[in-house]
Design a protein around this ligand. Structure first.
Ligand SMILES: [Zn+2]
Length: 103
């Protein structure tokens, strides 16, 4: 069975289980750094009903340099769109500035 890498947690998963695996993440509400169109933002997924999730964008946003550092730390770059894990610095920022995003 071919495998793919989960874009959320980095786990290697069988392709035929990918949908179910990703659906599990919808309910975790984990913050990520989303990179798209050369911009970075702190986001999380919020479930809407059973099989759908929407992105919630943190407001206010952390300082850009903190977002860029997290992307670099994860081996990414602003010209590589995707979701990147938060850094310890971002985790501290979230605890201070967006406490309701802490599970
Ligand atoms: Zn995953």
């Amino acid at each position: 069975m071919p495998t793919t890498t989960c874009g959320y947690c980095g786990l290697e998963i069988d392709v035929d289980q990918a949908y179910e695996h990703v659906a599990e993440h919808m309910h975790e509400r984990i913050p990520f750094v989303s990179v798209y169109n050369m911009r970075a933002a702190l986001v999380r997924q919020v479930p809407v009903g059973q099989y759908r999730a929407e992105f919630e964008i943190a407001d206010p946003q952390p300082p850009e340099r903190m977002l860029f550092a997290a992307v670099r730390r994860a081996g990414g770059a602003l010209n590589i769109p995707g979701f990147y894990p938060i850094s310890p610095a971002l985790a501290r920022w979230i605890a201070r500035r967006a406490p309701r995003w802490v599970r």
